[in-house]
Design a protein around this ligand. Structure first.
Ligand code: PRT
Ligand code: ZN
Length: 211
């Protein structure tokens, strides 16, 4: 019996996900550009996937576990359990507006066109605040949308803030604070749960050693 863990194939969470496994004493040969790999000293198989696909695979049980940003977990809204926050990949999902805009609160977003790759989270945020705005779902380069007249505001991930700054934007509302999390399928059997508990024990020890 092995657990199947899905991690990002390449991108911002890949290296830290591999590093976490190493710190947990789990040996996997570095598998970039490969589909999957097996740990030599722990009952774990690691799949390399697009981060956007991980919640669905974990819900379906194609993978038992996954490492993804909370932002992706919330946007995809799948039936999975978040079992542990992992302390890396920290960022926030924020609404940003042109620097010159006189912004005093969420009501100023009323009737604006907001470009984002997070339509579900933004829609939920607007509804909770009783704001009617137009959501423009785009698949990337969100920060250039106001500059080319595609939108009045954006909602995107922010870490240092330099991307916003370089595009003449300012952070107006933080919708969500996010970090990488370990997610699990809801229907793990006892044997699978036992392996997860073993993994969690090690992850917690690694986190504790860092504090
Ligand atoms: O190929 P795949 O679909 O797997 O990857 P991806 O391109 O969708 O995701 P990737 O690798 O960019 O990000 C993976 C995860 O890292 C995200 O889902 C977040 O949970 C987390 N993360 C942490 C970030 C950032 N920080 C971040 N700064 N993801 C993206 N950004 C981008 C942001 O979109 C913007 O373009 O960085 C830019 C802003 O950064 P600053 O420092 O200029 O503010
Ligand atoms: Zn992605």
């Amino acid at each position: 019996m092995k657990l199947k863990l899905a991690i990002q194939k390449s991108g911002r969470l890949h290296d830290d996900s591999i590093k976490l496994l190493k710190e947990c004493g789990i040996d996997i040969n570095n598998g970039v550009n490969r589909l999957k790999t097996e740990a030599s000293n722990f009952p774990l198989e690691v799949f390399f996937l697009r981060d956007d696909d991980i919640p669905q695979y974990v819900e379906d049980g194609v993978a038992d576990l996954g490492i993804v940003g909370e932002n992706v977990v919330m946007e995809k809204n799948k039936q999975v359990q978040v079992v542990e926050k992992l302390g890396f990949g920290k960022c926030r999902l924020s609404v940003a507006v042109p620097k010159a805009m006189d912004y005093s609160g969420v009501q100023d977003l009323h009737k604006l066109r907001i470009a984002t790759t997070y339509p579900v989270i933004v829609d939920d945020f607007l509804k909770k605040n009783s704001i009617t705005a137009e959501i423009h779902e785009i698949s990337g380069s969100v920060e250039i949308a106001p500059g080319i007249g595609l939108a009045d505001a954006i909602c995107d991930l922010v870490s240092s803030g330099s991307t916003l700054f370089m595009n003449g934007l300012k952070e107006a509302e933080v919708i969500l604070k996010s970090e990488a999390v370990l997610i699990a399928n809801n229907g793990l059997n006892a044997a699978q749960q036992q392996i997860l508990d073993k993994l969690l024990f090690r992850i917690k020890a690694v986190k504790k050693a860092k504090n």
